[in-house]
Write a protein that binds this ligand. Structure first.
Ligand code: ZN
Length: 155
């Protein structure tokens, strides 16, 4: 019965789950409490449990510590893309200021993307550890083995 319901329900793709910051287990619940904002602390407030399937978003001590590297790589990739785009549209030359303009443009771009980039990194990180569960409506999320309440959010 539930299986049939699952088949008919539209399922969000992996990429749209990660880019949209949805829970990787049900692909329906939102990971973050508030809309995207430049108030970084508020921006990073996560739901403790997925509001749809109750998947915990912090699955072990210091879980999101590694996201610093993810957002670093993501920023490098974005810089590479903006460089290529700049090259195609505006072109490059060291004899005028076009290189300096790109550096400035890229810095501003990264600053503006920062709130989303931080969320995206967490979303991507979590999606590597929590798999999509087509039976999320009847099955429970995996039990957490390595959790320490006193060390939650202590990173
Ligand atoms: Zn969920």
């Amino acid at each position: 019965m539930t299986k049939e319901i699952n088949k008919t329900r539209p399922r969000r793709s992996y990429l749209s789950t990660v880019f949209g910051c949805y829970c990787p287990r049900c692909r329906a619940g939102k990971l973050f409490r508030n809309n995207l904002t430049f108030r970084l602390k508020r921006n990073m407030e996560m739901n403790t449990l997925c509001p749809v399937c109750s998947q915990p978003t912090d699955i072990e001590v210091g879980f999101y510590y590694g996201t610093g590297y993810v957002s670093y790589i993501a920023a490098l990739v974005l810089s590479g893309l903006s460089f290529i785009l700049w090259w195609i549209v505006i072109g490059f030359s060291f004899s005028d200021n076009r290189f300096v303009y790109w550096i400035t443009f890229n810095a501003v771009l990264l600053i503006f993307l920062q709130p989303w980039l931080m969320r995206f990194s967490r979303s991507l990180w979590l999606s590597w550890f929590v798999r999509y569960d087509p039976d999320w409506e009847i099955a429970k999320p995996n039990d957490l083995e390595r959790i320490n309440e006193t060390q939650m959010n202590n990173w």
